[in-house]
Design a protein around this ligand. Structure first.
Ligand code: NAD
Length: 491
């Protein structure tokens, strides 16, 4: 490992897009892995080191040494550092957003919004440094008071995906840090720079060395080493269901705490009494916003017969506005993150069409010379058991299926191994209320896109979308990163 702190005043172009490990306050590692811009083939977007188990060990050792002093700092002092880091992200918003677009492919507006979200998350959790935690409760014993406390877990591991490369690291790190934990994070290989910006903001805001450590590299190497180390008291993971379930076995075997937020196959039910134009806007924003690369994206729609044709006509019009392009050049829809993901999108559409589906919008020529630009795709008449209806695609592809009535639509929404978000478009308060109660998903959206979340409220799924034990975001995010203690005090 080499110590290579970047002096920004003399940095070369390559230095500016180079991510390093952050271990014990030092920027380390040979950046031997190149990531290219998905919208500009051949243009390098980031360089990063491929970490080893030894890097993970060094990071956990640093975190273990730094954690007690960090936990001993008054919570408002910890919070002040988080809030200052949030301010720095906002100051640097434009530059960070450009890096984010280059490595992930989304639009500049989406990237700026994501950086703002990361800033807000840090400021929200920072402010909780001033909030009371615990309760004072009566005791059945004389002259005795009972209080409850939340204690930090110690050193926690975070493993994050590429699709929200700064917001997800922020929404895991901030509750971990404000609770007095030290962190070792492994960001996604495809998006090393965004997490580096978060680390730099925390460091520049005065976070003590070793409290926040970053190790880049492959999931099978770095992520696996993090999960298996007995000094990691809890692991919070966001990513695909297969990887998450594998990590759960590792953590369960050593009885360490694990939080998994995983895939989704989010459905929307559009009923006859809805406004077809508004319903189409809701579905298009959920399906094609963020290039469909959101765990909360809409990917299946069930529609009743009376609104079907008006809804589909409006949806096709909406889809036409989501022209894919280079996020830095004002595209309405950004690039697909990688060739592999692009080919997955293609295969999903091709297979559905081979099985009798109609591609109502989104013909593509299959070429990628101008980048991984995939059009907004609408499939109709898809068999209910087709992969496009049952499996997560993670691209701008939506399947629209007809159902006879509300009950059939609700049953179809619930007929899934996933349960992250679910939506309904209706003017009926009674049906919306019934849907909110009976739809099997952690987040319900009535007349709003399935994608898009507020930061101050609980988030998480059920079924194969989540461990469904601890929620992320809002104050409930603190539960995962702390353990409860009950104190009896006699006088
Ligand atoms: P992924 O599962 O391939 O990777 C996620 C992270 O896990 C990456 O950092 C990766 O390096 C790491 N990893 C991979 N294999 C590993 C292993 N064997 N051991 C330890 N770590 C390993 O997912 P992705 O492609 O980066 O992201 C897309 C997925 O994330 C989609 O399924 C999406 O639904 C999901 N996601 C879920 C949420 C949510 O909140 N539920 C949010 C965003 C994304």
């Amino acid at each position: 490992m080499t110590s290579t702190a970047t002096d920004l005043s003399t940095a070369t172009e390559r230095d500016l897009i180079t991510a390093r490990h952050l271990i014990n306050g030092e920027w380390l590692g040979e950046a031997d892995t190149e990531r290219s811009n998905p919208a500009r083939p051949g243009e390098p977007a980031a360089f990063s080191p491929s970490g080893t188990a030894a890097d993970v060990d060094a990071a956990i050792t640093a975190a273990t040494a730094a954690q007690p002093a960090w936990a001993a700092l008054p919570a408002p002092a910890r919070g002040a550092i988080l809030m200052a880091a949030g301010d720095l992200l906002l100051e640097r918003q434009a530059a960070i957003a450009e890096d984010l677009v280059r490595e992930e492919g989304k639009t500049l507006a989406e990237a700026k919004g994501e950086v703002k979200r990361a800033s807000d998350v840090l400021r929200f959790f920072g402010s909780l440094g001033w909030a009371a935690t615990g309760e004072v409760l009566p005791s059945g014993l004389p002259d005795t008071t009972i209080t409850t406390r939340r204690e930090p877990l110690g050193v926690v591991g975070l493993i994050t995906p590429w699709n929200f490369p700064i917001a997800i690291p922020a929404w895991k790190s901030a509750p971990a840090l404000i609770s007095g934990n030290a962190v070792v994070i492994k960001p996604a290989e495809l998006t090393p720079l965004s997490a580096t910006h978060l680390a730099r903001a925390l460091q520049d805001a005065g976070l003590p060395a070793g409290v926040f450590n970053v190790v880049h590299g492959k999931g099978r190497v770095v992520g696996d080493a993090l999960a298996r180390d007995p000094r990691i008291a809890g692991l919070s993971f966001t990513g695909s269901t297969n990887v998450g379930l594998g990590l759960q076995e590792i953590l369960n075997a050593r009885r360490a705490r694990v939080q998994l937020e995983m895939g989704g196959k989010n459905g929307v039910l559009v009923l006859d009494d809805a406004d077809p134009r508004k319903a189409a806007q809701v579905v298009a924003a959920g399906a094609f916003g963020l290039t469909g690369q959101a765990c909360t994206a809409t990917s299946r729609v069930y529609v009743t017969a009376g609104i079907r044709s008006a809804f589909l006509a409006a949806l096709v019009e909406e889809a036409a506005a989501y022209t894919p392009g280079d996020g830095l050049e004002g595209a309405k829809m950004g690039a697909v993150v990688s060739r592999q993901q692009f080919e997955q999108n293609q295969a999903a559409v091709r297979t559905a069409v081979e099985r009798g589906a109609t591609l109502l919008h989104g013909e593509y020529d299959g070429g990628t010379d101008a980048g991984f630009l995939f059009p907004a795709a609408i499939l109709t008449d898809v068999p209910f058991d087709d992969d496009a209806v049952t499996e997560e695609i993670f691209g701008p592809v939506v399947a629209v299926l007809e159902v006879p009535d509300y009950e059939a639509g609700l049953a179809a929404i619930n007929d899934s191994r996933y349960g992250l978000t679910a939506g309904i478009c209706t003017d009926s308060l009674a049906l919306a209320t019934d849907f909110a109660a009976r739809a099997q998903a952690g987040v319900i959206k009535v007349n709003r896109p399935t994608a898009g979340l507020d930061l101050n409220v609980p988030f998480g799924g059920v079924k194969d979308s989540s461990t469904n034990t601890f929620r992320e975001q809002g104050k409930s995010a603190l539960d995962f990163f702390t353990w409860g203690k009950t104190v009896y005090t006699g006088v």
